[in-house]
Write a protein that binds this ligand. Structure first.
Ligand SMILES: [Zn+2]
Length: 309
């Protein structure tokens, strides 16, 4: 078979529920570096399925923050909150394939089961509702997709080989919630697939969900993208840096640092630079390589004069 050289298409897919924190900045930086060092293009998409927590104000700040960092993109596609018609079509395809069934399990039913837990906190679904003959009256069900007893394998750009058997390690998973909202797994697969994304770079916490997306990609007829799951950023005491660290969100950091300082600090901590120096994203792209990126969690010492002058 002829290897056709597809252009590289990467993506930023932030959730506009607050200012970017260091972990978001780092994942966005690596996504941008990988794509731009290969002369590829980038798509921006707001992941705002949770309309209670997200807002257009935060989306606007996210765009400004990315541009302040020097991380540009080529197109912005519709936010997920405006895509339910598209998701309906793919949901119907799963229905037509006979792969969906309604699930009436309550949250507590799902949690009392002695099931092993996935890295994202959900438990392996035991298939309780798969052969339900009399659904409980008056309740709207969630919808689950049947998974095969098959191992999915990916060669992660950052983590190396990752394997997961969907049946044993995950179980049939929800694609539409009881309130009608589509879940991340379905939305992200459809959005990346329709945008022609060839490379998905994001935080390590999403590695365990990649096989579910690979399964849906097969069912929907999309090619698998390459995956790169970048390590988590930890504070010096081992705590995961998150949105709770308000003094380290971009709203605060932008008042104290230049983008070159922030990028230099991240690059040095992650192994992309031998030692700290202020550097722009564009300059860093000329020396970027996945081989240099460290695989393990990255300890960020934010108690220095760059962060707190
Ligand atoms: Zn159920």
């Amino acid at each position: 078979m002829k290897e056709d050289k597809k252009p590289i298409v990467g993506r930023f897919a932030p959730t506009p529920s607050g200012r970017m924190h260091l972990g978001n900045v780092f994942a966005a930086l690596v996504a941008w570096l990988s794509v731009r060092s290969q002369k590829g293009s980038l798509v921006l998409r707001m992941e705002d399925l949770d309309t209670q927590r997200t807002s257009e104000e935060y989306a606007a700040l996210l765009r400004q923050d990315l541009l302040w960092l020097g991380l540009d993109w080529d197109t912005e596609t519709l936010p997920q909150s405006k895509r339910s018609d598209a998701y309906d079509g793919y949901f119907q395809r799963l229905q037509d394939l006979g792969l969906l069934y309604p699930c009436y399990c309550t949250r507590s039913q799902l949690h009392t089961v002695n099931a092993p837990h996935l890295s994202d906190g959900t438990s392996v679904y035991a298939g309780t509702c798969r052969n339900l003959t009399s659904p409980p009256p008056g309740r709207q069900p969630a919808w689950r997709v049947t998974v095969p007893d098959r191992e999915f394998c990916l060669q992660d750009l950052a983590q190396g080989e990752f394997r997961q058997n969907l049946s044993a390690d995950c179980g049939d998973f929800v694609v539409r919630r009881a309130d009608g909202v589509y879940v991340y797994q379905l939305a992200v697969t459809v959005d990346d697939g329709e945008a022609g994304v060839t490379e998905v770079v994001r935080g390590m916490d999403l590695l365990g969900s990649a096989p579910r997306q690979m399964y849906l990609q097969e069912l929907f007829g999309f090619d698998h993208p390459a995956y790169g799951h970048v390590p988590m950023l930890l504070a010096a005491d081992g705590r995961r840096l998150s949105k709770r660290d308000k003094d380290l969100d971009l709203g605060q950091l932008r008042q104290r640092m230049r983008p070159e300082q922030l990028i230099g600090q991240l690059a040095a901590a992650a192994g992309l630079l031998d030692q700290y120096e202020p550097i722009s994203a564009r300059e860093l792209a000329t020396v970027f390589s996945w081989d240099r990126l460290q695989k393990e969690a990255i300890y960020m010492d934010t108690n220095n004069s760059c962060f707190f002058p």
